[in-house]
Ligand binder design. Structure first.
Ligand SMILES: [Zn+2]
Length: 344
C-alpha cells in the first residue's frame, strides 16, 4: 500500500519523466552523438532464472522489443565496432547513432533478445566472458543470491557458522540472518560484497555451498554456449566483444600477468571459438586501473565503462559512457526516453 509521501514522490517522478521524454537530448543534441545502451538479461518474469536476479539486470522480452522500435524513432542503430572504425578513419557517422550492448553473454540474450533484434534489424554487441561460454559457471552475484536464499530456508544457526561469518563484516545496517532475505536485501548484500576481491568472493561462496551441502554441478547453463554465440555472430547482426576471461574486475590489486591473461587471453579464446576478431572490450563492473587501460588500448579499438552518459567524436574511445536500461526504468515510452537523458 502506497503512503502519501510515496504517492507524491511517484507523481513528481512521473512529471520529471514527461519533461525529460519531451525535452531530452534525443530531441536536441547536435553533432554526431553516439548513445550506447547497456543491457544484461532479457527474461520473462515467469522464468525461474528471474528469481535470483537483481532488478537492475533484467528487462522483459516484450519491453525489449518496444525499446528497439522506440530507438528507431530517433536514432540510427549501428554496431559499436563500425562507429569506432568510422570515427578513427575520419569518416561520416550518423548524427544520432545508437549501439545496443549486452554484458556478460547470458543465454537469455540468444533466447529472448536475438529474435527481436533480427525482427527489427537492429545490430548489437555482446560482451562475452570467454571462459564461461559453454559452462554452468555462474557469476558471484548470482551465486551469492542463490546461497542466501538457500540459507534462509535452514536453521538460523547457519548464519553463525564460520563459512557465513564474512557476511557480518560487510557494511550493512542489518546483518544477514536477522532479516527476511528478499530481492531488495540481496541487492544490498551484493553491493556491499563488492569490497571483497572476485577471487575471495568465489572462495567464500565455495565454502558456503559446501557448508550447506548444496551442489552447483548439476545447474543448468545460464550463459551462452559456443553454438549459440556462433549462430548470433554468423548472422552478421551480433558482434562479439570481450568482457575478460573470468569477469575479473581490473583493479589495482591484481597482478600484471593476470590482467594480461584476462585482456589478451579472452580475445584469443573468443577469436578461436567464433572465428571473428573481437575489437571492443567492456570493463567488468566498470573498473579499470591504468595498466589494464593501457593494455586494452594496445589490443582493442574501444572499450565501454558503466559511467552514465553519451559519446561523440571527441570522446575517449577507451572510456565510452553508456545508459543502463532495465525493466523498472524502461517499461513505457515516456520512462524509456526519460532514461536516455541520463538526468536521474
Ligand atoms: Zn559484467
Amino acid at each position: 500500500m502506497e503512503n502519501g509521501m510515496q504517492g507524491s514522490k511517484r507523481i513528481l517522478r512521473r512529471g520529471a519523466e514527461h519533461f525529460a521524454s519531451l525535452l531530452g537530448p534525443h530531441r536536441w543534441r547536435k553533432g554526431s552523438q553516439l548513445l550506447i545502451l547497456m543491457y544484461h538479461r532479457v527474461l520473462p518474469p515467469s522464468d525461474l532464472r528471474y528469481i535470483d536476479e537483481q532488478p537492475g539486470m533484467v528487462v522483459h522480452p516484450e519491453t525489449f522489443h518496444s525499446h528497439l522500435r522506440w530507438i528507431k524513432n530517433y536514432f540510427e542503430p549501428m554496431r559499436l565496432r563500425d562507429w569506432l572504425q568510422a570515427v578513427s578513419q575520419g569518416k561520416h557517422v550518423p548524427k544520432r547513432a545508437c549501439a545496443v550492448t549486452f554484458d556478460d553473454g547470458w543465454r537469455d540474450n540468444y533466447e529472448h533478445a536475438f529474435p527481436y533484434l533480427k525482427l527489427e534489424g537492429v545490430p548489437a554487441t555482446v560482451f562475452m566472458v570467454s571462459d564461461y561460454i559453454g559452462t554452468t559457471r555462474l557469476f558471484w552475484p548470482e551465486r551469492l543470491a542463490r546461497v542466501l536464499r538457500l540459507a534462509c530456508a535452514r536453521s538460523k544457526s547457519i548464519w553463525n557458522s564460520s563459512e557465513f561469518l564474512w557476511l557480518q563484516q560487510l557494511p550493512l545496517p542489518i546483518k544477514p540472518g536477522s532479516v527476511t532475505v528478499d530481492m531488495a536485501y540481496i541487492d544490498a548484500v551484493i553491493v556491499a560484497a563488492k569490497q571483497n576481491s572476485d577471487a575471495d568472493l568465489h572462495h567464500q561462496l565455495d565454502a558456503m555451498y559446501r557448508c550447506l551441502g548444496e551442489s552447483e554441478a548439476d545447474m543448468t547453463a545460464q550463459v551462452l554456449n559456443w553454438d549459440e554465440a556462433g549462430e548470433m555472430v554468423r548472422s552478421g547482426l551480433i558482434d562479439v566483444g570481450s568482457h575478460t576471461r573470468h569477469h575479473t574486475r581490473l583493479t589495482t590489486g591484481i597482478s600484471i600477468a593476470k590482467i594480461e591473461d584476462e585482456i589478451i587471453g579472452s580475445k584469443q579464446r573468443l577469436q578461436d571459438g567464433l572465428s571473428v576478431e573481437p575489437v571492443t572490450f567492456c570493463y567488468p563492473n566498470g573498473d579499470v586501473c591504468s595498466a589494464a587501460k593501457q593494455l586494452v588500448r594496445s589490443h582493442y579499438r574501444g572499450a565501454c565503462t558503466t559511467a552514465r552518459g553519451w559519446n561523440n567524436r571527441q570522446s575517449d574511445p577507451y572510456q565510452l559512457r553508456r545508459i543502463s536500461i532495465h525493466e523498472d526504468i524502461g517499461k513505457d515510452e515516456t520512462a524509456f526516453y526519460a532514461s536516455l537523458a541520463g538526468w536521474f
